[in-house]
Ligand binder design. Structure first.
Ligand code: AMP
Length: 121
């Protein structure tokens, strides 16, 4: 799938639509999810144009991958989630129900999060 420059996270990166910014460095940008699913719900995105985890893992440069995942850890620490704990999640494709076609990692925290998936599905 070709990268769509008009996706909502590309617009956030270009400053065309607002967001509640949490963190930024050379490789990554983080902001609060507009529809939080936990007391803390932050999205971390790479600055490069990658559609999903599949695209990012295959095509990003080593420095982008390293920088991005270091940023995910730094954001969780900045949010003081490292001690109580947190969950990260990345959706890819239709079974993963990915909505926004710019690779992103969700960070959830701020409460006991419960089981990873609903039982019985
Ligand atoms: P996913 O299903 O993994 O693609 O998740 C996309 C996430 O982006 C959802 O949790 C949405 O609530 C979130 N989202 C969509 N638009 C915005 C926006 N303008 N600002 C912040 N979060 C957004």
């Amino acid at each position: 799938m070709a990268y769509d420059d008009e996706n909502v996270f590309a617009k956030i990166l270009r400053g065309e639509i607002p967001c509640a910014k949490v963190y930024e460095d050379d490789h990554a940008f983080a902001f609060n999810d507009i529809n939080p699913q936990a007391p803390v719900h932050v999205l971390v995105i790479p600055k490069g144009p990658y559609t999903s985890m599949d695209d990012f893992a295959a095509n990003a440069k080593d420095a982008e991958i390293t920088g991005f995942f270091r940023a995910v850890g730094a954001v969780a620490k900045q949010l003081k989630l490292d001690k109580p704990g947190y969950r990260i999640l990345a959706n890819h494709g239709s079974d993963g129900m990915q909505e926004v076609p710019h690779f992103h990692v969700h960070i959830f925290g701020g409460k006991l999060l419960g089981p990873m998936l609903r039982r019985g599905d």
